[in-house]
Design a protein around this ligand. Structure first.
Ligand SMILES: [Fe+2]
Ligand SMILES: [Fe+2]
Length: 330
């Protein structure tokens, strides 16, 4: 494990480079899939941007005496893109919408990653790193905003495309509800795991409360699904697949403050994935004229937004504590 502050920050840079490389590859694939050309071109340009980002990070790391490692890093492991492509939904248009949800979550993860990097670097007086981290964070925020702008339209078009294939609105909505229920169940497990790791802190209470709320969410969703004549399936939803929900092994060697920062980054990504998932559900329910499902989707989406904000507020303090815990910085 990195010993000095300089080495730690270089290690974070390596992590970030690994993540950007991963995103570049995933986004390139997303840009070639499906039928919604607006989505494809946005994701292709995000891929090109990710490439210039890891190149800039690599150049900076070099000036700091480090070199990019070949080993897979925690942040790259965090969003498991590869198995996702195999899990994706039925329609070509739905694939595009799902890729937007994934990219929205990935952009959120990267905003969180740069928040942590910039904070740690400021604490370690590495002003060159602070400056690049803030620049790249701004670029991620742009991606995040652009994805959000086209998501409602993409979701509505996907739903419409399913209806045109002869499926009933109830049938498609029921499938979306099943997806959401499966995702919520795996998020509950994950939140409980994070809360165990954050013994006795504000962060622990935050994770525990949201695990409780998550349980209420899937209970309400299940009730709505049953009202629509569906029943919960055992199929894992694509969103549950998107996150590598057992990152513990990769985290060995990180100290407790670093683990907490990583858990928070991951939680921020998950909450944003949920915000996007409920946007898609709300759009479909609105088109179907299903007021009850629409209302439920908006209500849960609001809870996810609020949780995302609370999680965000904890990232910088956690990243700062990780650097303060390094003996020479004390
Ligand atoms: Fe949730
Ligand atoms: Fe959530």
């Amino acid at each position: 494990m990195a010993k000095t502050v300089q080495e730690r920050i270089n290690h974070y840079l390596e992590d970030t480079i690994g993540a950007e490389r991963n995103f570049e590859k995933a986004l390139r694939t997303f840009g070639k899939t499906g039928e919604q050309t607006t989505v494809q071109s946005l994701l292709s340009s995000a891929s090109a941007k990710a490439k210039t980002q890891h190149e800039r990070l690599e150049a900076l790391l070099k000036t700091r005496g480090g070199s990019p490692s070949e080993s897979k890093t925690i942040l790259a492991e965090m969003l498991a893109f590869t198995p996702l492509s195999a899990q994706l939904g039925q329609g070509a248009a739905e694939k595009n919408t799902q890729h937007l949800m994934v990219t929205f979550a990935a952009a959120a993860a990267e905003m969180a990653m740069y928040e942590s990097l910039a904070t740690a670097a400021a604490e370690g007086r590495a002003l060159d790193v602070v400056s690049l981290a803030r620049t790249l964070q701004g670029e991620e925020r742009d991606d995040y905003a652009q994805v959000w702008d086209i998501l409602p339209q993409s979701a509505a078009a996907s739903f419409q495309a399913e209806l045109e294939k002869g499926k009933s609105a109830e049938e498609v909505l029921a499938r979306y509800l099943e997806d959401a229920i499966a995702a919520e169940k795996s998020f509950e497990t994950q939140l409980l795991g994070f809360s165990e790791e954050s013994e006795g802190s504000t962060v622990q209470a935050l994770f525990r409360q949201h695990a409780e709320e998550t349980k209420q969410q899937y209970t309400q969703l299940t009730q709505r699904l049953e009202e629509l004549g569906g029943s919960t399936s055992t199929i894992k939803s694509f969103l549950a697949h998107m996150f590598n929900l057992a990152p513990k092994i990769a985290q060995i060697g990180h100290d407790k403050f670093e683990r907490q920062t990583q858990d928070l980054m991951m939680a921020y990504a998950v909450e944003n994935a949920e915000v996007a998932m409920y946007e898609s559900l709300a759009q479909a329910a609105r088109l179907a004229g299903d007021g009850r499902t629409h209302e439920l989707a908006r209500q849960i989406q609001q809870q996810e937004k609020q949780t995302a904000e609370k999680v965000w507020a904890q990232i910088a303090p956690a990243a700062r504590r990780a650097i303060q815990a390094v003996p020479e910085a004390a």
